[in-house]
Structure formats: structure tokens, C-alpha cells
Design a protein. Structure first.
Length: 144
């Protein structure tokens, strides 16, 4: 049975392997950048036994929680794992503050998931990604 927990340094190799296939101008997290983010943020994983299947890095940016990077292991795509992980994190953190994230404007499946979970698109950053594409900015208002 899968469980959601904070990542440990022992998970780092799996996390780096998990994001490796996604590297592109729209998703550019090299090893050093990811290690820095891992050390700076809370990284939550959905894992079964010792296998990390999905993860979310959640950064405390004082006025909101910011999701800086998230990914699902490619063999587990479209199985609802990221939805389950995000729902759990929303329950844990959305009472304290808003939650923010940004997504490549062409990543329609991710946008659909965020909107399903209650996020709304608040704007965009033109030319944000190295391929020249914009980032769409999403937020989830703090629960009362």
C-alpha cells in the first residue's frame, strides 16, 4: 500500500532518476538545481515499499506555500497518484496559507488536474521557459 511521507536523503537518487526522462526546455531541473531545491523545500513523496512513485517539492515562501517542482514516475502516469498526493498536501497545508504553482502553458493535463483540485489561473509569465513559452500561474486560496 502506498504511503505519503516526507522524503529523506536516501530518496534523492530515486528522485533524480524520476525527473531525468522529463528534462527539456519546459522542464529543466539539472542535478545541482534539484539538490538545492530538495535542501531548501519540503519534499513529499508517494511511495510504495521503497519505491518513490511521485513527489512534490513544497517551498515556504512566507505568504504562501509554493509548489516548485512535482513529477510522477512515467510508468505510473494517469493512475491518479499525483492527484492523491496533491489532495493530501492541500489538506495538510492549505489551512495555513494559499498554495501557488506555475505550469508550462502547453501542459494541459497538469492544468486540468490543478483546476479539478480547485486551483485557479491568476496570470501568466510570458517567455518564462527556455523554449520561449509562458508559465501559467495558479493559486489555491487558503481554506477558512
Amino acid at each position: 500500500m502506498a504511503q505519503i511521507r516526507l522524503a529523506t536523503h536516501g530518496d534523492l537518487v530515486q528522485l533524480l532518476d524520476l525527473i531525468s526522462p522529463y528534462q527539456s526546455p519546459a522542464f529543466n531541473w539539472n542535478e545541482n538545481a534539484f539538490r538545492n531545491e530538495f535542501n531548501f523545500s519540503q519534499t513529499w513523496v508517494l511511495a510504495e515499499a521503497d519505491e518513490v512513485q511521485a513527489f512534490v517539492c513544497l517551498r515556504d515562501s512566507i505568504e504562501a506555500w509554493e509548489i516548485s517542482i512535482l513529477a510522477t514516475k512515467s510508468i505510473y502516469l494517469q493512475q491518479g497518484l499525483m492527484e492523491a498526493l496533491l489532495k493530501d498536501l492541500i489538506e495538510r497545508f492549505n489551512r495555513e496559507r494559499h498554495i501557488w504553482l506555475e505550469v508550462h502553458e502547453d501542459n494541459l493535463p497538469a492544468q486540468k488536474l490543478y483546476e479539478k483540485l480547485g486551483f485557479r489561473c491568476d496570470g501568466r509569465r510570458g517567455g518564462y521557459y527556455s523554449d520561449g513559452s509562458a508559465a501559467k500561474l495558479y493559486s489555491l486560496s487558503k481554506k477558512s
